[in-house]
Design a protein around this ligand. Structure first.
Ligand SMILES: NC(=O)c1ccc[n+]([C@@H]2O[C@H](COP(=O)([O-])OP(=O)(O)OC[C@H]3O[C@@H](n4cnc5c(N)ncnc54)[C@H](OP(=O)(O)O)[C@@H]3O)[C@@H](O)[C@H]2O)c1
Length: 249
């Protein structure tokens, strides 16, 4: 699955699924732009990409900032002159319930990063993808299909919104030859739980899956590369669940 001469923009490229995806694309010959906030982690991922392929463009940006999002696209196009693949992977979760009065703050914060930034990036990147007949992969969650717990209901809402955006964008952009797909992981062993101060480990969540295991970020990255490749040329508006059977139980 060669991505030689392809330019891939990945949000959340500093950690977990996005970091592994960046290295995998670099291994396949792509020019990669990685976006994140944690400079130490970005540097580590950039070194890993360079070891396996080309040195990536590193963009430090806050995805709740509309100006930062404009800069992400400007810097990527300035450096690589085009964009073939957009991976909207960055996301986070924060707790907030109706009765504790925190659900609205949680909703606003997560809709801004998990959904609004995706819509803005898609809007800005789409003209470039129309030129390259490129594609988009959005990283959702099984939380978009199943309410995974009252405390994280706004996270579930944000991922459900993302799923519907994926389908709507796929429908609109299909006329321009641009594919848009989603991936919905179940629990994945990344820094997500620490980063989001969720008091559980990914491994502990193996009990909520049918296969009694959780995924590693390589499994999700492989699926991202497949959907971004020509092998998936007939797939658009789809959501690929990779959850060890979590939705079955
Ligand atoms: N891990 C799981 O169990 C799981 C399950 C289902 C779905 N997902 C989804 O998979 C995606 C990747 O998660 P992960 O597991 O790889 O988690 P992770 O290791 O915590 O990585 C999240 C990435 O998103 C970036 N990010 C978060 N908020 C940001 C913001 N406001 N501005 C800029 N960047 C931001 C982080 O950047 P910095 O660290 O540099 O700030 C980091 O690179 C997310 O959309 C998540 O919802 C994860």
């Amino acid at each position: 699955m060669s991505f030689a001469n392809k330019v891939v923009l990945i949000t959340g490229g500093s950690s977990g699924i996005g970091a592994t995806t960046a290295v995998f694309f670099a291994k396949e010959g792509a020019d990669v732009a990685i976006v994140g906030r944690n400079q130490t982690k970005l540097k580590k991922v950039a070194e890993e990409c360079a070891k396996n392929g080309k040195t990536p463009l590193v963009i430090t940006a806050e995805l709740s900032s509309a100006d930062d999002i404009k800069r992400i696209v400007e810097e990527t196009v300035e450096k690589f002159k085009k964009i073939d693949v957009l991976v909207n992977n960055a996301g986070f979760a924060v707790a907030g319930c109706i009765l504790d009065g925190k659900v609205l703050d949680a909703y606003d914060a997560m809709m801004s990063v998990n959904v609004r930034s995706v819509i803005q990036l898609t809007t800005l990147v789409a003209p470039h993808l129309v030129k390259t007949k490129g594609n988009i992969v959005n990283i959702s969650s099984i939380a978009g299909k199943k309410v995974t717990g009252a405390a994280y209901m706004a996270y579930n809402v944000s991922k459900a919104a993302l799923d519907h955006f994926t389908r709507g964008a796929a429908l609109e952009l299909s006329a321009s030859g641009v594919r848009v797909n989603g991936i919905s992981p179940g629990p994945v062993k990344t820094d997500f739980f620490d980063n989001c101060a969720i008091p559980v480990t990914a491994d502990a969540l193996s009990t909520i899956t049918a296969l009694k295991r959780v995924s590693d970020s390589e499994e999700i990255a492989n699926l991202i590369l497949y959907l971004a490749s020509d092998k998936a040329k007939g797939i658009t508006g789809s959501d690929f669940v990779c959850d060890n059977g979590g939705l079955l139980i």
